[in-house]
Design a protein around this ligand. Sequence first.
Ligand code: AMP
Ligand code: TRP
Length: 329
Amino acid sequence: MKRMLSGIKPTGQLTLGNYIGALRNFVKYQDDYEMIVFIANLHCITEYQDPKDLRKNLTDAVALYLACGLDPEKSTIFLQTDVHAHAELGYIMACNTYLGELNRMTQFKDRMAKGEKNMTAGLYSYPCLMAADILLYDANYVPVGEDQKQHVELTRDIAQRFNNKYGETFVVPEPLIAKVGARIMSLSDPTKKMSKSEETNKGCIYLLDDLKSARKKIMSAVTDSLGIIQLDKVNQPGLYNLIEIASSLSGRSMEDIVEEFKDQGYGKLKGYVADVVCESLEKIQNRYNEIIESKQLEKVLNEGALKASKMADAKLEEVKRKIGLEIKY
Ligand code: AMP
Ligand code: TRP
């Protein structure tokens, strides 16, 4: 069975974008692949997080993974810091990555261009840690949203370079980007990605939002003044985004939704999108509440870390041996 791996960095509460672009797909994949998913808590601290908030966000993220349907019997679920090999291989990967490569990462470049101050060395070198996350497990596929594709491509380059230098060690992974829902846009500014780091909350739906406020956000989503319901991503990005959200949650094609609503106006269409979103949120939130009450998280994480450590430690040993870091008599 091919192996698939992905991680989420819960620096805030998980969003509908995370669900549609990532989580939902993990759940589908776990039947056909050996699935490894982890909470990338080391990646969270590339920027200051209030410790209390961080702890809550990490806990909620695990509970939401399970609530969205990840099954610990089928998937390996763990916290990154519970498996020490990540940080160690992360350093080794940093020693096999060129500054020029990190300078080309658009996420970092964009923030640099904006003149952001006080960016940390951890933020700059984070693609090296991400490469370690993936390569430790010989993952064949890495399902991510569009924004992470470049990081997976860098991981491939690092893996290939390492294999050439030290002999076949790492599986070269492939990014896997879903066709629908890879980039859910903000409801208040459909030219930007829906993101937990948005300044206002209006454009972003959180998985734990109460249903009333989720509905309100959709009903007041920015659209356009053309008044035509059709699929035109360039001229009607807001409308397109709403239809894409409804399509990915309902399983209906975008064309089918357009066909139903094309003569009914934006208000009706938004009402439908809100219904579909609230139905999904309600299911997830009910499960989430059960999971938090059942106190099963600790057990899931302990078992996950044990399984993951076995794989990761073996790979790290192999890497250290090949590099010549180990002295064995
Ligand atoms: P992040 O929240 O940035 O750590 O992202 C976690 C995962 O969710 C990554 O695979 C992202 O590509 C995906 N993701 C985050 N936001 C969105 C979005 N607005 N649309 C689609 N996928 C997203
Ligand atoms: N960098 C990813 C993000 O910001 C999270 C992440 C960390 C990840 N390590 C990973 C994703 C390994 C896939 C594979 O969303």
